[in-house]
Design a protein around this ligand. Structure first.
Ligand code: SF4
Length: 413
């Protein structure tokens, strides 16, 4: 067995996964994590899981501290653990037309659920101003999310505004968007024309019955596949296809998904089912470790590990040995990557969250709609980020189980 492999047996494949180190030193690989997977700490019988009612915590974010004499941004901002602010994810709506059981279960997000009123949402101009402030601090990548971002009226206008922003290097932002694909066939061309260069589509199964059950609104998978085709025709050559893998629900779709997108240029990324928010009834039993995902694909289509594209890349890359493209795995549960997490999140109504699992945000909208000038706004962001210590996935355990966490549908994934 090659050194560097995580604990456990070699995959039961005709050809074994080559784990000879190719990545640059210090990169994540499949090996025993510094923080071992917390199976024994939080595994709980399926029959005992509980869905915790959501606390209404969208309106209680505090105004951030605004320094009296803020330093001018220097294009690089480190948090208390030395992690650079590089990515900004922006939720443009808290609404979605799906009710995926792991994200917006119908039992919570029913007809009586109070979504944010239009007046609460950040306007496109407010979003643009905030993005410029973040870019001054070194943000180079912006992802639009939701809810379902294509439900936000004229979202392509926002894309156009953000596509015009330049980083300190003079380069455009790395601007991308995550969608459930339901409206993509209609919107792909407009998004491309507005300046969007990359696209991620969430797709949890190819089997129509499984997909309809998971989105829980009986939405057909064929329409999402049409959307991906439309995106490719509009010029999105390599769409990322994100599949959340839930053991016993859609893990039978792993190999079919890999097979379907092999050779197309699109990249499927398999995401471990996470305990985001309080409404998805998460339990460790539901998590299929990424290592098993890779092993299953490898049996059908031999794989080898590829180097990360950049420091802090969330997905670990694996390429097909026969040049059929690549897949990725995102292992937030079994291989936490907090150590180089460079992501900040902006909610639909302008709360800043410094972790996907945060319980409280910071009211940047209050500053934007107040009399705070750009220098002081940038100073407030610098103060917030410099105090950041988040590392939820590294400390996930029975002690974190009952913590109040923001819902993924509110903050984006
Ligand atoms: S748990 Fe929080 S700090 Fe860790 S990788 Fe996820 S978002 Fe980043």
């Amino acid at each position: 067995m090659a050194s560097g492999r995580r604990s456990g047996a070699l995959p039961s494949t005709a050809a074994t996964v080559d784990t000879t180190p190719r990545c640059r030193p210090g990169r994540r690989r499949f090996r025993l994590a510094v923080h071992p997977p917390p199976w024994d700490r939080i595994a709980r019988p399926m029959t005992e899981r509980v869905v915790i009612p959501i606390a209404e915590h969208r309106y209680d974010a505090a105004l951030p501290h605004v320094p009296e004499s803020p330093q001018s941004p220097v294009g690089r901002l480190l948090d208390a653990r030395g992690r650079r602010l590089h990515d900004l994810r922006i939720s443009v709506t808290d609404r979605c037309n799906f009710r995926c059981t792991y994200c917006m279960p119908k039992s919570v997000f029913d007809k009586d659920y109070a979504f944010l009123p239009q007046s609460s949402l950040l306007s496109f101009e407010e979003i643009e101003r905030l993005v410029r402030a973040f870019v001054a601090h070194g943000v180079e990548k912006v992802r639009l999310t939701g809810g379902e971002p294509l439900l936000r009226r004229n979202v392509e206008r926002l894309v156009e505004m953000l596509a015009a922003i330049r980083c300190a290097s003079g380069e455009p932002l790395d601007l991308t968007l995550t969608t459930n694909g339901s409206l993509l066939a209609r919107k792909a061309r407009a998004l491309r024309d507005a300046g969007l260069r990359r696209l991620t589509v969430s797709l949890d199964a190819l089997d129509d019955a499984t997909f309809r059950a998971m989105n829980d609104v009986d939405f057909p998978v064929a329409d999402v596949l049409d959307g991906i085709e439309a995106a490719a025709a509009a010029g999105f050559a390599s769409v990322k296809v994100n599949m959340v893998v839930k053991r016993g629900v859609n893990d039978g779709q792993i190999v079919p998904m890999a097979a379907h997108f092999r050779g197309t240029g699109h990249i499927v990324r398999f995401i471990e089912f996470m305990d985001v928010g309080a409404s998805n009834g998460w339990a460790m039993d539901d998590v299929l470790p990424s290592r098993e995902v890779i092993e299953r694909i490898h049996v059908a289509f031999p794989l080898e590990q590829a180097e990360p594209n950049y420091t802090g890349e969330v997905a670990e890359r694996w390429r097909y040995r026969d040049s059929g493209g690549e897949v990725g795995v995102i292992s937030s549960v079994t291989q936490p990557f907090c150590g180089d997490c460079s992501r900040a999140r902006l909610s639909t109504e302008g709360r800043l969250y410094t972790c996907l699992f945060a319980g409280a945000g910071h009211d940047l909208r209050g500053l934007v709609r107040g009399d705070t000038d750009d220098a002081r706004l940038a100073g407030a962001i610098a103060h917030l980020w410099s105090q950041r210590t988040d590392r939820y996935s590294e400390i996930r355990s029975s002690r974190t189980e009952g913590l109040r966490k923001i819902e993924m549908s509110y903050i984006g994934g």
